[in-house]
Write a protein that binds this ligand. Structure first.
Ligand code: NAP
Length: 242
């Protein structure tokens, strides 16, 4: 069996990615933080699509939880490894920098940036040993352009972009690729508080994107078909910014 781990697979873009990865014959490990009901719904949708999967609860911002979850899985799957990692989970805590509290800065860094580090480090060794792996990091237009009110989130996403480019150069020789996907406005719980009707006039394609549209791109990067692409940041934003 081939395995993919989707960090933050219970809702939104991560859920759509889980369902789409079924087409690559991967067994999907659905990571989530606390929303078991939604994670179970993702699992049901994976099965409905003809695939298989299981839940893997841990808080990606807590290194001890990441280590213990991956150690337990590795112990139970001695000759197997996770060949696709989608670092999707993210949070935003928007506020102008002058009003930003320490925890608003650190929470966003811990989930978006440190979570990338803890989980990627934990899975990378086996990818290198097996000489095959695909890592896809969900970043954001905010990390490319910078958005006011999101200094914490823009900094975290920009840092993951830098890490993607550096890591690609470390691991390319072992046939492990790492790329970043930078969405603009995508319909999900994260953007529920934004007014699409007001914002869509800024977007050349005149609408928010769908999680399924992002999942198509992630699935391509997770597949053999993307074999000569690494260290790239691919925007998916309806033409909003490039
Ligand atoms: P979402 O609907 O809010 O879902 C967030 C997911 O991340 C959930 O599965 C959640 O699990 C999980 N998660 C959050 N914190 C976690 C933690 N500490 N440990 C493990 N899992 C955690 O978000 P989304 O809109 O799909 O966004 C997905 C990614 O795309 C994020 O990285 C986001 O920054 C990026 N992005 C989104 C947009 C957009 O317009 N939506 C634009 C650009 C970039 P629970 O269900 O358990 O809470």
């Amino acid at each position: 069996m081939k395995y993919a781990l989707v960090r933050g697979g219970s809702r939104g873009i991560g859920r759509a990615v889980c369902i789409k990865l079924v087409s690559l014959d991967l067994h999907i490990l659905i990571n989530y933080k606390s929303n078991e009901k939604e994670a179970l719904e993702t699992l049901a949708l994976i099965k409905q699509a003809g695939g298989s999967g299981e839940l893997m609860q841990f808080d990606v911002s807590d290194p001890s939880q990441v280590e213990s979850a991956i150690n337990i899985w590795t112990e139970q799957h001695k000759d197997e490894y996770i060949e696709v990692l989608v670092n999707n989970a993210g949070i935003r805590k928007d506020v102008l920098l002058m009003w930003m509290e320490d925890d608003q800065w650190h929470d966003v860094m811990n989930t978006n940036l440190n979570g990338f580090f803890y989980l990627t480090r934990a899975l990378l060794k086996n990818m290198l040993v097996k000489k095959y792996g695909r890592i896809i990091n969900m970043v954001s237009l905010s990390g490319l352009k910078g958005l006011p009110g999101q200094v914490n989130y823009s900094a975290a996403k920009a840092a993951v972009i830098g890490a993607t480019k550096a890591l690609a150069q470390e691991i390319g020789k072992k046939n492990v690729t790492v790329n970043a996907v930078a969405p603009g406005f995508i319909k999900s719980d994260m953007t529920r508080d934004l007014n699409e009707n007001e914002l869509k006039s800024m977007i050349p394609l005149n609408r928010f994107g769908l999680p399924e549209e992002v999942a198509e791109l992630v699935c391509f990067l997770a597949s053999d078909k993307s074999s000569y692409i690494t260290g790239e940041v691919i925007s998916i934003n309806g033409g909003l910014y490039s």
